[in-house]
Design a protein around this ligand. Structure first.
Ligand code: PPE
Length: 307
């Protein structure tokens, strides 16, 4: 169960958690057109709290809305300020932030007509997405029987609620079969991403991640590409197949929620030494330093707030 906070920001007002409700004829509930973000804030080593890459998340929120022709009735600055306000009112030192824009009730039928575009921002404490142990020991995954969206079937660069039916099906299948997460292939059979994470492989100290085709352009992916290159690693954005993944020295998933999660087994094949790899753990360690404000080189990615 999600841990309740005091308030949810709803169309410009802070309303009590239990009163943040919608009508059952909310258009999005029927047709799935909503856009959302997932953002983390961390308690920093100096005792302050900070949101990680707020600007990039808010920009992607508006880019997603544009892709589905949704006019968010607030500016980027208003949404950013509302996120910080919601964190403060909920006194959240560390956790997760979920902005969501959706189509309200009014007209029914596929065309949303002039139905209002409504926006909420919820926050809650959220620990390790795939469990603390996963971050240390790595996870076991399987290739999904569900294919990732074709780029002309869904707006894959947009974080659209309806896109996630595909993720939910893949995740349920993987968990029911005893795996931690699903690996999704694109329509051509190349490795795409997971249900809520991007993927990297490491071979001979070189990193490879799928290009921006069918995948969500992850902000964590971008963070790790920047970080790895700054640390002197070669990083390429290139398609690869599942057998290349099987033969990798290391593999890991990344995302706001999943952070940097090592993969130790894929489709019953052990990856590398069958535990979190050294490059993966080095990057994970650096990532955690950055989000906790311990690496001033990347301080520009943090937006501090006072509680
Ligand atoms: N791919 C998908 C499909 C995805 O949903 C995410 C984020 C990513 C890649 C990584 O993107 P980024 O967070 O910008 O690095 N998934 C979010 C949703 C998790 C959920 O269960 O809800 C997240 O990590 O917040």
């Amino acid at each position: 169960m999600v841990q309740k906070a005091d308030k949810i920001w709803f169309d410009g007002q802070l309303v009590p958690w239990d009163e943040a409700n919608v009508h059952v004829l909310t258009h999005t509930l029927h047709y799935g057109v909503a856009v959302f973000e997932g953002i983390r804030c961390y308690k920093c080593t100096d005792g302050s709290s900070a949101v990680f890459r707020l600007k990039e998340h808010v920009d992607r929120f508006f880019d997603s809305a544009k892709a589905v022709e949704m006019n968010i009735p607030f500016t980027r600055e208003e949404i950013s300020a509302a996120i910080l306000e919601t964190l403060k009112v909920n006194r959240l030192e560390q956790g997760y932030i979920r902005p969501l824009a959706f189509i309200g009730d009014g007209a029914m039928g596929v065309h949303p007509g002039d139905n209002p575009i409504r926006v909420i921002i919820a926050t809650w404490p959220w620990g390790a997405y795939l469990g603390e142990e996963a971050l240390q020991k790595g996870i076991r995954i399987r290739t999904s029987s569900f294919t990732r969206h074709h780029v002309n079937v869904m707006m894959t660069k947009a974080k659209v609620a309806g896109n996630y039916v595909n993720s939910v099906l893949a995740k349920m299948e993987a968990v029911a079969d005893g795996y931690d997460e699903a690996l999704m292939l694109d329509v051509d059979g190349y490795v795409s991403e997971a249900t809520g994470e991007n993927i990297f492989i490491v071979k001979k100290s070189k990193l490879k991640t799928p290009p921006l085709g069918s995948i969500l352009g992850g902000i964590t992916r971008d963070t790790l590409i920047t970080l790895a290159r700054d640390m002197g690693y070669d990083v390429v954005e290139q398609r690869f197949t599942r057998d290349e993944l099987y033969a990798a020295d290391e593999a890991f998933f990344c995302g706001t929620a999943a952070e940097v999660t090592p993969i130790r087994e894929v489709d019953r094949r052990v990856i590398g030494a069958g535990k979190a790899g050294p490059v993966t753990m080095l990057l994970q360690n650096e990532y955690f330093k950055i989000v906790h404000g311990e690496n001033l080189k990347y301080a520009g990615w943090l937006t501090s707030y006072e509680l």
